[in-house]
Design a protein around this ligand. Structure first.
Ligand code: SAM
Length: 333
């Protein structure tokens, strides 16, 4: 059916994202020894400099916010939880657990379509490196015929995020003996390049479901959304048409014509604060001069105008919903 083709085009975007990440790793932009385990050999080709730079800026920007969240949790004397939705082949869990903030997580939960979680669970089981970081082999369990994976901290669960969370995500998080997600720990919700593929109504219900889940606890809630926006200007329309030609539409981007509108993703749910920055502004202002210098030596990038035009249509939005007990949680978040 058409709906099935559209979903398969959406899932295919993960193969693109992982291939782009591997390309920027191989060019020296990003360190990540885990991503190659998730990229099929057929997708190993190098990407153009513009894609590598975009992948680098996006990844650094989100890593900075995630690191800041883990630091804030530590200041409160708590471990943190992360729920990454539409996680695809993302490697962030393994990078955190082998980096300077290792041991700071109480739970890391990834959600994606069953087809994607099944592939990822198989890739994890095949890799000694990835499994070794999850725990002892007897603590790593494939469930439901291999579409879900559980380990002491890391969990991979299948769900279609467009469906009512109370019927899908809710039962999946409650599945084992005790809930996978405590409402009493500082928890970060991550949507890296996924809400654009969903209707605004479905995204609204999803975020609101988490707000209600945490309204019964003491854990402050943080959220990060990375997405394309601004489809109504001429360049945005061209980018959207290119995606449509590959069967991908972006219903979730429609209510966000400009960067000023993006914080509403969180503010409409009563978040205490929210900010958004385009990748263009992050590249210009937030990448240190020594990093900028290092990056500039990796590849020739002569189309700076085009780069800025493209990066100006992608943004990272982040927000926090504080609870009374977490009044020490302040800037930089
Ligand atoms: N977050 C990863 C990253 O940034 O590298 C992957 C991004 S990829 C562009 C989008 C991912 O979202 C895909 O893995 C896709 O299967 C997933 N996705 C899109 N719509 C979804 C839905 N309704 N339910 C679950 N997953 C979804």
């Amino acid at each position: 059916s058409n709906a099935r083709d559209a979903d398969s085009a959406i899932r295919q975007t993960d193969t693109d994202a992982a291939g782009a990440r591997l390309s920027s790793v191989q060019k020296g932009y990003l360190p990540d020894s885990f991503v190659k385990a998730f990229v099929p050999r057929a997708h190993l080709q190098a990407r153009p400099p513009l894609i590598n730079v975009g992948t680098y800026v996006r990844s650094e920007g989100i890593d900075e916010l995630v690191g800041g969240w883990l630091d804030l949790a530590e200041q409160e004397g708590k471990k943190a939880q992360i729920v990454s939705m539409g996680a695809g082949s993302d490697t962030r869990f393994w990078r955190i657990e082998t980096g300077p903030r290792k041991g700071r997580l109480a739970a890391y939960i990834e959600v994606d379509f069953a087809e994607v979680t099944t592939k990822k669970a198989m890739a994890i089981k095949k890799s000694k490196d990835l499994c070794g970081i999850l725990g002892q082999s007897e603590d790593i369990k494939l469930e439901s015929g291999g579409i879900a994976l559980h380990s002491p901290i890391y969990h991979l669960i299948p769900a279609d995020l467009r469906l009512p969370p109370a019927a899908t995500l809710g039962p999946a998080l409650a599945a084992s003996d005790s809930s996978l997600l405590s409402p009493n720990l500082p928890t970060l919700l991550l949507w890296e390049c996924v809400l654009v593929y969903m209707s605004p109504e479905a995204s609204f219900s999803l975020i609101q479901w988490f707000v209600e889940y945490f309204s019964h606890g003491t854990g402050p809630l943080g959220g990060i959304v990375y997405e394309m926006f601004g489809l109504s200007d001429s360049f945005g329309r061209v980018m959207h048409e290119n995606l449509k030609a590959r069967g991908v539409s972006l219903p979730g981007a429609v209510p966000y014509p400009d960067v000023a509108s993006l914080p509403n993703r969180f503010l409409q749910h009563g978040f205490t604060m929210a900010h958004a920055l385009t990748l263009r502004d992050i590249r210009r202002t937030y990448i240190s001069s020594s990093e900028a210098e290092r990056i500039s030596t990796l590849e020739m990038l002569d189309e700076i105008e085009e780069l800025e035009l493209v990066l100006g249509h992608y943004a990272i939005t982040w927000g926090v919903r504080l609870v009374e007990s977490s009044n020490s949680l302040k800037a930089p978040w």
